[in-house]
Design a protein around this ligand. Sequence first.
Ligand SMILES: O=C1CCCN[C@@H]1CCCn1cnc2ccccc2c1=O
Length: 484
Amino acid sequence: GLGLSVKKDENFGEWYSEVCKHEMIEYYDISGCYILRPWSMAIWEIMQSFFDAEIKKMKVKNCYFPLFVSPGVLEKEKDHIEGFAPEVAWVTKSGKSDLEVPIAIRPTSETVMYPYYSKWIRGHRDLPLKLNQWCNVVRWEFSNPTPFIRSREFLWQEGHTAFATKEEADEEVLQILELYRRIYEEYLAVPVVKGMKSENEKFAGGLYTTSVEAFIPNTGRGVQGATSHCLGQNFAKMFEINYENEKGETAMVWQNSWAYSTRTIGVMIMTHGDDKGLILPPKVASVQVVVIPVPYKDANTQGIFDACTATVSALIDAGIRAEDDLRDNYSPGWKYSNWEMKGVPLRIEIGPRDLENNQVRTVRRDNGVKEDIPRDSLVEHVKALLEKIQENMYEVAKQKREACVEEVKTWDEFIEALNKKKLILAPWCDEEEVERDVKARTKGETGAAKTLCSPFDQPELPEGTLCFASGKPAKKWTYWGRSY
Ligand SMILES: O=C1CCCN[C@@H]1CCCn1cnc2ccccc2c1=O
């Protein structure tokens, strides 16, 4: 089809929406819901097989709990549910008749699972209990829906673990957070910051929340990439998840919960896409190499086609996800832009000259560099190229993100940086009231500024440094910004 109607730097919202339509999603007739087409589902599956294998090494077991939540348990813990209640979707009828009691659709599964954790965990030998489920959740949000980033239904994994000691829980929180960093940085080529959420931004039902935070330079917005919470004993108290410990005493468990979702795909699209469309990191591309014949009127067309199919099978035999595009109803030029739009990381062209010289022409999607490579060393060349593309995409994204970071010391610098769509690193007194105040003072049609996270990797905080917002002694460096 035709190219994009807008440029990424001119109209980001429209650009993103159009890019997503080049086979990642289809818009659905219910607002906030999207069809995941194979081109994006394949990305989800590649990430899923990595993460699933990793948590299985940690002895986490997969399970599946019902989609439906009875009202009693959902509203069991007031401060957990109060802020979220408007987002809960309810089933109130079956057929023509009303249900006696409306049933909620899970927005997350703590209240679904924990009554059974209470039943299953009786003695210390039942610990640790480590379960995960791959499922969908529904949150009937009203703020502007965005494919992958904010939808009323999305796919995620949610891990829910229970331990005898806080130390075990604390350790797992960070092990999972590292897996989330790897998903973003090693698979999606998206740089993220690991850090602690503020009291105001953390999961209200938990003890503390850690997260990996990404940043979108075009909009100057942070985006929470994934979260790993230590719940402490809050839910254990609420759901009476206790056990007889080795000393015969009744003790409450220490719990974690952690999730990443299809939002990851949206962050990848926003980070790497350009005015020709998607750019897929090779690690998550369902088609890493597309081989396109460039027949010339009286040249040996069959020979060219045979070279294409031979090239594809050599690459597939080497474990590279390759496809040829031999369609005779599209020109090579049309095929180039079509596969560029879909973001295939590497294109191989084979024309008459390539046939004669027993070579192929490679074209990189990330930087457009063309290179002729001999067919006898095809596989190792392509493998090396795909690795270089993966690494280059990450480095380019990291430099762009670093260029957006601005360190500020005063309120005026903060406001100026915010208006320049920067990712702000500021010394903060870590007082909730001050964060609420910053939110109130920066409220606007593009949303208020808030803390994104306090990076674990803290820069030096010289004695006497004052909070940019309150003027009180600063306790930590914190990333601030507008967010999705
Ligand atoms: O992030 C995670 C990781 C996976 C398990 N759940 C936690 C916390 C979810 C927080 N949350 C988020 N939206 C909600 C919406 C409606 C009701 C409840 C909630 C809710 O509890």
